[in-house]
Every structure is written in C-alpha cells, then in structure tokens.
Ligand binder design. Structure first.
Ligand code: NAP
Length: 273
C-alpha cells in the first residue's frame, strides 16, 4: 500500500505541492500518495489527527496554519524553534515532529540554483512575518556582511532583531531609512505582491550586481521584480525554486532520499503550472 502524505492549507486549491511531490516520487520510484487537504480555519488540528488516524505518514502545512502546526507538534527541530513556525510534519511512533524547511529551501535556491554568493555581501530582507523569520538564521549562517530587515510595521522587524540580539550584523529599518544604502541581495518576504502591491522601497537600494529575489512566484512576483529591474538590479528571481527546494527538504525528511529539484523546477516553468 502506498504511503500517504498531504498538504494542509486554507485555501489550498492553488497548491503546487501535490504536483511537486508526485514528480519527486516518480524520480525515486516511490509508492506514495500526496493530496491537498482543505482544513477549516478552526479545524486544522482535527484535520491533521484525522489524517494520522487514516494512516498519514507526514504533511506539509501552508498558510494560515504554520503557527498552529508549531503548537500541535510534540517535538520540534531547532530550525522550527527559530522560525516559530512549522511547514513540515512527520508522524511516527504516535508522535508529531514539526520542522521548518523554508529557510533551507531559500538558501538552496539562492546558493545552489542561482549561484548567489552571500558571504561578505549586504543583504536586505523585506517583511517580518513568518516567512522572513524562518530565513533569518540560515541567511546569517551564510555569513553576510550585514542583514537588514525592513518592515512596514517597524516594531515587528525590531522584535525579530531582538530575537537574534547576539548577532551585530543584523539590524531593523523602516523603508524610508533605507534611502542612500544599497544591497547585493534583496529578498522580498512580504505578501504585498499577492495584492499587486509593492513594499515602499526608496530608489537605489539595488547595488550594480545585485540579485532581486521574491519569495512569491508567478504574477504576484511581478510588481517587485519589475521595480527591481527598473532600478538596475542585475538579476531577478521568483520563489518557485524555493517552493520546490523546501518540498525536496520535506521529502528528504520523510523518506531519507533527496530528489533532484532542477527537473521539477523546469517542469513547473515549462507547463506554467
Ligand atoms: P505574513 O506572516 O502574513 O507576513 C506578511 C508580511 O508582508 C508582513 O511583514 C507585512 O508587513 C508585509 N506586507 C504585506 N503587505 C504589504 C504591503 N502592501 N507593503 C509592505 N509590506 C507588506 O506572511 P508570510 O508567511 O511571512 O509570507 C510572506 C510571503 O512569502 C507569502 O506571500 C508567502 O506565499 C511567501 N512564501 C513563499 C514560500 C516559497 O516556498 N516560495 C515559502 C514561504 C512563504 P506588516 O508586518 O507591516 O503587516
């Protein structure tokens, strides 16, 4: 019988995760089923427990349940603790293990797929929500010169900086205060693009050889990437690679096999999926 996995979210109809995991399974000759499960906004924990009772081995978790998944887990990995959010669950021996693979996914896409050097570079992270928090520790581990977190609500950026108080490469900034400073890597971890909006960036934050990276993909990445292009960013990337890489990390956690991500990214781009 095939092993059962799922992704929980609300909404969930748009999720590419079933397609991605089906492609990983084909590559590895694995017998798995992977389904998208719509959980009611007040019924996430019940939905997960139902899935476990039906034989589920693991699950991905997307908006808006990552914090609830964090609380549901009996045990959490150190990177999930740092992110204060869980996007991957493993069900084994009557226990729920919570992990967060988003940070690893972003770093793999930046470093391995896009060949972006981070050591010694000036990095700007836009946003201070769950996605931003999950990538701070892995970005710092890649030894940037500085990591500035800019957020519309400055208190949230300052709270994140306090969490990593021991690291003096990290600081918070309001958008307006960024004027006059440029960065080698700018990562948009806001959800602004989902409503066609752009974070209020001043001009000239993109250094000459910079990479502009949006965690969202498709049309939602366009406002930020178009602005970055007009402002002279040398390279542009959306978050499709991160999406596939965080899924590959989850697949590895569940099955101990690391699937090749490049053909899956290429397949999604080719089919416009
Ligand atoms: P979240 O917790 O809701 O945080 C949203 C962030 O966006 C906040 O910092 C918010 O600022 C900011 N924001 C929203 N609208 C804005 C606007 N018009 N101007 C400026 N800032 C704005 O969301 P999240 O979980 O961090 O996710 C952020 C995005 O990352 C989502 O779109 C998600 O789809 C994407 N993501 C992608 C991947 C992937 O694998 N590619 C993985 C994880 C997340 P305030 O604090 O001021 O409200």
């Amino acid at each position: 019988m095939s092993e059962r996995y799922a992704v929980f979210g609300n909404p969930i109809g748009h999720s590419k995760s079933p397609l991605i995991h089906a492609a990983f399974a084909r590559q590895c000759g694995a017998e798995i089923s992977y389904e998208a499960r719509l959980a009611p906004l007040d019924g996430f924990a019940g939905g997960v427990r139902e899935f476990i009772a039906a034989g589920g081995r693991g699950a991905n978790v997307t908006l808006p349940f990552k914090e609830q998944a964090f609380r549901l887990a009996d045990q959490r990995t150190p990177r999930a603790e740092l992110a204060a959010a869980v996007n991957t669950l493993v069900f084994a021996d009557g226990q729920i293990l919570g992990d967060n693979t988003d940070g690893a996914g972003l770093l793999r896409d930046l470093v391995d797929n896009l060949g972006c050097a981070i050591a010694g570079r000036r990095v700007l992270l836009l946003g201070a929500g769950g996605a931003a928090r999950g990538v701070i520790a892995p970005l710092l581990a890649a030894r940037p010169h500085t990591l500035v977190i800019a957020n519309r609500t400055i208190d949230r950026a300052e709270a994140l900086v306090r969490q990593f108080a021991a690291d003096d490469r990290l600081r918070a900034s309001a958008y307006a205060q960024l004027a006059g400073t440029s960065f080698d890597l700018v990562v948009n971890a806001t959800s602004a693009g989902l409503s066609g909006a752009l974070p209020p960036l001043p001009e000239r934050v993109f250094a000459a050889e910079s990479l502009a990276y949006d965690m969202v993909y498709g049309a939602a990445a366009m406002p930020f990437l178009a602005f970055a292009r007009a402002q002279g960013a040398a390279r542009l990337a959306d978050g499709l690679g991160m999406l596939v890489e965080q899924a590959a990390e989850a697949f590895y956690l569940w099955r101990g096999v690391r699937p090749a991500s490049a053909p899956v990214i290429a397949m999604l781009r080719a089919t416009g999926a």
